[in-house]
Design a protein around this ligand. Sequence first.
Ligand SMILES: Cc1cc2nc3c(=O)[nH]c(=O)nc-3n(C[C@H](O)[C@H](O)[C@H](O)COP(=O)(O)OP(=O)(O)OC[C@H]3O[C@@H](n4cnc5c(N)ncnc54)[C@H](O)[C@@H]3O)c2cc1C
Ligand SMILES: *[C@@H]1O[C@H](CO)[C@@H](O)[C@H](O)[C@H]1NC(C)=O
Ligand SMILES: *[C@@H]1O[C@H](CO)[C@@H](O)[C@H](O)[C@H]1NC(C)=O
Ligand SMILES: *[C@@H]1O[C@H](CO)[C@@H](O)[C@H](O)[C@H]1NC(C)=O
Length: 488
Amino acid sequence: MDGRRFILLAAISVHATCVSITPQTWDTIVIGLGSAGTTAASTLASAGRRVLALEAQDRIGGRVWTVPFGDGIVEVGGEWIHGTENSSVYEIAMKNNITVLLQEPNFKIYKSDGSEMSVDLMRELVEYGLEQQEYPPEKPEAMGDFISRKLMDYIKEKHPDILRDQGFLTELFEQMNFFVNSLEASNNWNDVSTETTFVTLNGPQTMSWHRNGYKTFFELLLNTYDNGPGWPTLEIKLNKEVTQIKWPKDSTGKVEVVCKDGAVYTADNVIVTVSLGVLKERYTTLFSPPLPEEKVTAIDKLTIGVVGKTIFSFPERWFPDVNSFSFFWNAEDREEFKDDPWMIQMKQVGRPMGSNNTLTFWANGDVAKLIETLPETVVKSKLMLLLNKFMGKSMKIPEPTGMIRSTWYSNPFTRGCYSYDNLQLHDYPNARVILSEPMLDATGSPKVLFAGEASEPRRFATVNGASDSGRREALRLLPDIKFNSSVF
Ligand SMILES: Cc1cc2nc3c(=O)[nH]c(=O)nc-3n(C[C@H](O)[C@H](O)[C@H](O)COP(=O)(O)OP(=O)(O)OC[C@H]3O[C@@H](n4cnc5c(N)ncnc54)[C@H](O)[C@@H]3O)c2cc1C
Ligand SMILES: *[C@@H]1O[C@H](CO)[C@@H](O)[C@H](O)[C@H]1NC(C)=O
Ligand SMILES: *[C@@H]1O[C@H](CO)[C@@H](O)[C@H](O)[C@H]1NC(C)=O
Ligand SMILES: *[C@@H]1O[C@H](CO)[C@@H](O)[C@H](O)[C@H]1NC(C)=O
């Protein structure tokens, strides 16, 4: 090798070494790449900010998780776009010419003796009951008490004959409880308050990404859809669990983010998007110096609940062409399951829109938590037993070819599904706003910012609410940008 070339190579390698040992620094570190984090990171990077995104799991999406299954895909987490007017999620799909389809809320009802029940009366009663949520009483009360009272008045007036059928009434109110819990992720409809700051967006509530999958939303945000180039100033690191955030409280300077693997990254500021469940479990160790007391109170008082999905695939589609099946228990059949009372709470099976040969069993609250812990074979055999009991009389049900079950509560990086407004919030009406407030350094500049579903008072519990909260915090750091669209 001639001398000059050697020197050149040596210079290059010295240069390369320099680059790798120079501590890299970013404008912003985003912790978590769910809807909130991905929106925040993309908004900042699209404006040219240097962003590092650290995600503990091996995938992007957080509480949204599109999985190939059956002859297409299924959503283990978030599934629908709830409302289309002013929805940032719907808007970005439209701007990119991606069709999202209405999944009609049609259903059939089967009884525990295997017979089919007419849907008309149940539809009327359930719709009436759920509609009452939009006309809350002046004095807040438990949702279950409120809806029960309204529904009883309605039945007395319109269907007095039902009052003699105690078995029907019992199951009707259990079904109502189940539906409210599925919407709210609560364990009991009396844990939910009639008082809420949530605002339902106009338009259809069950728009589906069908075979595209909700993952498309993340690809659009990250500019990687259809082989897009991504954002040049955004660096993403997966499998990076953050264990501590050191921030300048009574001073100023950089924020230091420490990871479980020992890596340390610094930036001017940090946006924390971990779930309320993760905050509840970790806030004492995650922040140094610790969180101010009012933020701790907000984290304590807010509730995150659990829903669960157990999804089966079959060799072919054997079920009728409606989108969900309700299981209605006769009083005498309950006895048979007194050792497994959770099975009586499995009241709904849905048909995912992203595949033709799959079915989802829904669970909520304590039952959803329990299912996460049972042996796989037990869950499979008990749920197939239910399917056969309710639907097997009129249809031949094949053995399933696969099963997926969600673990949103056991997962240390979610610890729940979404938040709801509980009865305590009447005394802490600003809890979500307090959760969303940034922590400032001595000069008043935001150092640790908070986004995520639970921090959005009007749209919590949804993907679009989480996304809006991520944009809210990105814009806090981009004060000069006039923002008028959710699409970059
Ligand atoms: C079963 C289910 C069904 C749902 N159905 C719907 C629906 O139909 N429509 C709808 O709009 N919404 C639905 N939701 C709610 C919606 O999915 C959530 O509100 C939303 O996805 C939350 O986004 P987020 O960014 O706030 O939080 P997350 O998605 O939880 O993102 C936070 C991220 O932080 C990461 N993280 C956690 N701890 C650390 C750490 N220490 N270090 C680094 N990273 C960390 C997590 O891995 C995660 O990726 C559903 C949710 C579930 C679970
Ligand atoms: C939608 O957003 C516009 C502009 O911010 C606002 O004026 C309007 O009231 C919103 N509509 C709904 C239904 O929230
Ligand atoms: C969407 O379709 C319209 C009409 O066909 C076209 O003008 C537009 O460029 C398309 N947008 C994208 C992002 O593909
Ligand atoms: C799923 O079913 C729909 C409607 O029956 C049909 O159009 C579609 O081709 C099917 N898809 C697959 C992959 O079988």
